[in-house]
Design a protein around this ligand. Structure first.
Ligand code: GLA
Length: 458
């Protein structure tokens, strides 16, 4: 069981030059030595986009890029944060007086989410203060989950600094909740894979209860991440939360139309479970219940028999209060079909038929089309990048993560990998707009990495 795998290891810093370097910078910054190091990886989602917050399973893997924190607990209740990247400014606060800025969140707010999550979960009346030096190698705003990795890493470091320990599953769940302090209504995929990842295997992540199952990827193919170089910070815009709200409203209307207790039904998966239908049957229900034209907020309120005031107060998030139209048909259709694709992907990986690579590639392509056309979470650059990747030999290519920018993930047969990388570099990055990005490692093949860890000096 993944929850039982320990996340604390002893390490000779000399054998880990990166930790040693971080230690040196810490010493010169804080004039004392770190007592431990916390590491939390980013992730790439192979398939299952925007369905975790609807209750459905997703299929990500951890990547090598990560957030690393060198930490020292303090006897006074003060948190000092510094970052090796000088564009992220130092920050200090009282550990008993945490304020998280939701409107324009700066980097340290993600740390504070993790800190606050542990403080509340473990009922720490007087949490330990901390000196922390943070280093990140996950490109920010790229759909590779740099913000969740920071939340998880901060949570893990806070836990350790306060002499506590928790099972990984519990940590994952509490970090998923605590990232919502920033205002985004994420579903839990990022924090779950961050803690539950294991080297060498992708994971099927199921929710309620949270569970991670190994998914062995086919040997003949590589997964390549390519950054579109369009930055997407999901906390800084309302794109993400609008989709979460559209799914929530679609849930309510479906439930109401089928005579269920709509107030008690919150996720699209709940509707399926309550109606005892297959995903295919749910797609037929979507066709029957919804019209493809966008719904006005008045129509939704009328349908549910509640006032607009009530609808806004009880269903919509803070940053979607002004939205007046919602696409319910398209969003629900994406969710139920994407949920089915995840299960097919897992099945193909398990059964490993001869044409597994082709079949998985087809599913990835269908997923991208659905994200682009039904969920409308792509952008022209991502679509162009997907086309280029397919043109140069990928069997499947799709946006990964929240979308509206960030990265694509492509499945490329091993024997084509080298040429693929060279050609994509030429076709996408050598055009002047994306030139700079090349130096920052925007195109790379990746293998499933391990989950979050604490390192103690041996
Ligand atoms: C973000 C969220 C996740 C998930 C993805 C889209 O990464 O944090 O919970 O919803 O977007 O699949």
């Amino acid at each position: 069981m993944a929850g039982d795998v320990p996340y604390t290891a002893s390490i000779q810093l000399l054998e880990e030059p990166r930790l040693l370097k971080l230690k040196k910078t810490f010493v010169s910054k804080f004039k004392s030595t770190p007592k431990f190091y916390a590491r939390a990886p980013g992730r790439v989602n192979l398939i299952g986009e925007h369905i975790d917050y609807c209750g459905y399973a997703v299929l990500p893997m951890a990547i090598e890029q990560d957030i690393l924190i060198a930490a020292e607990p303090l006897s006074i209740p003060v948190i000092h944060l510094a970052n090796t990247n000088s564009s992220y400014l130092d920050f200090s606060t009282n550990a008993n007086d945490i304020e998280i800025n939701r409107t324009k969140p700066l980097w340290h707010n993600y740390f504070l989410c993790g800190f606050k999550g542990i403080k509340e979960h473990c009922s720490l009346d007087c949490p330990s203060g901390m000196n922390c030096l943070i280093e990140g190698t996950i490109p920010p705003s790229s759909g590779l989950s740099s913000s969740s990795a920071l939340v998880c890493c901060a949570g893990l470091a806070t836990l350790m600094a306060n002499g506590k320990s928790l099972p990984k599953v519990e940590l994952a769940e509490l970090c998923s909740k605590s990232e919502r302090y920033i205002g985004t209504e994420g579903g839990g995929m990022d924090q779950s894979i961050c803690f539950l990842a294991e080297k060498g295997t992708a994971k099927l992540i199921e929710f309620n209860p949270l569970k991670a199952t190994d998914v062995r990827l086919p040997e003949g193919a590589a997964f390549v991440i390519a950054n579109s170089c369009v930055a997407m910070n999901k906390a800084a815009t309302s794109h993400f939360n609008i989709r979460v709200m559209e799914c929530r409203l679609a849930t309510k209307l479906l439930a109401k139309s089928k005579g269920l207790d709509w107030k008690a039904t919150t996720k699209l998966q709940d509707v399926q479970v309550k109606l005892k239908l297959s995903l295919e049957e749910m797609l037929a229900v979507v066709e029957e219940v919804f019209h493809p034209e966008p719904y006005s907020i008045e129509e939704i309120g009328g349908n549910l028999g509640i006032s607009l005031k009530e609808l806004r107060a009880e269903i919509l998030s803070q940053n979607t209060q002004d939205v007046t139209t919602f696409k319910l048909y398209q969003r629900a259709k994406h969710v139920y079909s994407e949920a089915a694709r995840v299960l097919q992907f897992k099945k193909i990986c398990t059964e490993a038929p001869d044409d597994a690579v082709q079949l998985l590639g087809d599913l990835m392509n269908q997923s991208h089309a659905s994200c682009k056309d039904l969920y409308e979470c792509s952008c022209p650059e991502l679509n162009q990048l997907v086309d280029i990747c397919l043109q140069f030999g990928a069997v499947g290519s799709r946006l990964t993560g929240a979308g509206w920018g960030g990265c694509t993930v492509s499945m490329v047969p091993m024997d084509k990998l080298e040429k693929f990388l060279a050609n994509v570099k030429e076709a996408y990055y050598k055009n002047s707009d994306h030139m700079l990005a090349l130096e920052e490692n925007s195109l790379f093949a990746t293998n499933p990495g391990g989950g979050a860890m604490i390192f103690l000096e041996a």
